[in-house]
Ligand binder design. Structure first.
Ligand code: ADP
Ligand code: MG
Length: 460
């Protein structure tokens, strides 16, 4: 059999076994390129397709190929390089290990997006730098002060307090300062701590009678960055501890950098002495980016992801997402995923369809039924299994994702979602939603996977 004949037979048989939507998504643009040395080599158009074929349909494909030609005892997959310049794959052959279990679009898919790991010492994420921080009138002051702090930590603007509503770049700027200090002053101890983590530290240290070592650990820091201090509200013990840490560092001219979603005076139940400490240095706010800056941010982010769209598309996104840079990025990601899967850049029409959910009134909801149906189909499992209580790995993850989507997209209450899943307890639902939420922050592959599911929910 020629390569073409063999692959056509495989496709014909596969089609009988999987849903048309999955067939279209994963098998489009695939082919067999060689059948030498008892190996069938299959070319795939992108890393999504490769991983999915390998992990989810690998057994099925192998079975069919082997039954058609008994000499073929192994199947390998690779990514056919497209002229699309998205990836800088480090693994030139495109081959990768086959892992067991549920495919998660990791490895190559992540490589394409460049995965960053939080530094275990400083807790800083290297993806946040000044180089990829776009400056406009909305954050000019905060940025200028940050630059000054970086040049001379501890001696200008201490403490440095940044505030602004969620999604406008506080964490990015805070971490950029940290990363820059690490780069310029290798001897300085820098630590980035979300305020909840500080609280947690206080609580555990008290419980385990380790308060002394907790104190010591914080007092040897040269640049202490505490993110989202509004969460200290009402936590008296933590505030007290933080007050002492603050003073100890401040007296030694160590730099303290803080962020909050509001100015110090608007944080409720913050002790007066801590409030006045927060107000004792430089306070800078970040407001909303204007249209031009939103365009600039989109272009920067697209470039980071190794792609580029038309100005028409950028300006469309920038006009529908105005108040949150994280959402701006989310909208962009949608289009990036579309481009990866389809190997062509979305035009304005496509962008309008993909971002319809943002543009039409947010009240328009998807039906829970639809979410369950699409998730089940996406993972090729039965809706009934999704709802039941099987603990099999290949069911558990899709179930958690379905719960997460019911929460995020349908805005269902936890008990409501529990009922949709055959009367599960609301704590199970909370656990699942949190688990997926956390994993999303670390795993770009999962983000793309869920994005694909959403696209099916909103476009089918
Ligand atoms: P906040 O901490 O204020 O909620 P983040 O710092 O987490 O916001 O920013 C949300 C997302 O937007 C991040 O991915 C960040 O990289 C991006 N972002 C925010 N501000 C900018 C900017 N000025 N330039 C480039 N990216 C930005
Ligand atoms: Mg933040």
């Amino acid at each position: 059999m020629t390569n073409e004949e063999l692959w056509e037979s495989v496709l014909a048989q596969t089609q009988l076994n999987i849903s048309p939507a999955n067939f279209a998504t994963w098998f489009r643009g695939t082919k067999i390129t060689s059948q030498e040395n008892n190996q069938a080599i299959i070319s795939t158009p992108n890393s999504f397709a490769k991983e999915w074929l390998e992990q989810k349909y690998g057994k099925l494909i192998f079975k069919i190929i082997h039954s058609l030609d008994g000499n073929l005892r192994e199947v390998k997959y690779f990514i056919e390089k497209q002229n699309l310049k998205i990836s800088s794959l480090q693994n030139p052959s495109g081959f990768c290990r086959t892992r067991r279990g549920q495919p998660s679009l990791s490895e190559d898919a992540q490589l394409e997006f460049q995965e960053f790991k939080t530094d275990s010492e400083t807790n800083l994420n290297p993806r946040y730098t000044f180089e990829n921080f776009v400056v406009g009138s909305f954050n000019e002051l905060a940025n200028a002060a940050a630059q000054a702090v970086v040049k001379n930590p501890g001696f200008v603007y201490n403490p440095f307090f940044i505030y602004g509503v969620v999604g406008l770049g506080k964490t990015h700027l805070l971490e950029a300062i940290g990363n820059e200090v690490v780069k310029n002053f290798s001897k300085k101890t820098v630590r980035y701590v979300p305020s909840e983590k500080f609280t947690q530290g206080v609580v555990t240290s008290i419980r385990n009678h380790e308060m002394e070592s907790f104190k010591l650990k914080y007092r040897e820091i040269d640049v202490l960055i505490i993110d989202d201090v509004q969460f200290l509200a009402g936590k008296e013990k933590t505030q007290e501890e933080f007050f002492h840490t603050f003073n100890a560092l401040y007296e030694k001219n160590k730099q303290i950098i803080l962020s909050s979603d509001r100015p110090p005076k608007a944080i409720p139940s913050l002790t007066e002495r801590l409030r006045s400490r927060f107000e004792g240095g430089m306070i800078a706010d970040i407001s909303l980016p204007d249209m031009e800056t939103r365009m600039a941010i989109l272009k920067t982010k697209a470039r980071e992801k190794g792609t580029d769209f038309s100005d028409e598309v950028y300006s469309f996104i920038a006009s529908v997402v105005q108040r949150n840079i994280r959402e701006l990025e989310g909208a962009l990601n949608r289009l990036v995923v579309y481009q990866k899967i389809n190997n062509r850049a979305p035009d304005l029409g496509v962008a309008e369809v993909l971002l319809r959910k943002i543009t039409v009134n947010a009240r328009k909801q998807v039906a829970p039924r639809k979410i369950l149906q699409v998730v089940a189909e996406f993972y090729d499992i039965k809706e009934r299994d999704l709802i039941a209580s099987s603990r099999k790995k290949e069911i558990v993850k899709p179930r958690q994702i379905a719960m997460y989507l019911l929460r995020e997209e349908f805005k269902g209450s936890y008990p409501f979602i529990g009922r949709k899943f055959g009367g599960k307890d609301h704590t199970t639902v909370i656990y699942s939603c949190e688990k997926i939420g956390k994993e999303l922050e670390l795993n770009k592959g999962l983000e793309e996977e869920i994005e694909l599911i959403k696209q099916r929910i909103y476009t089918s």
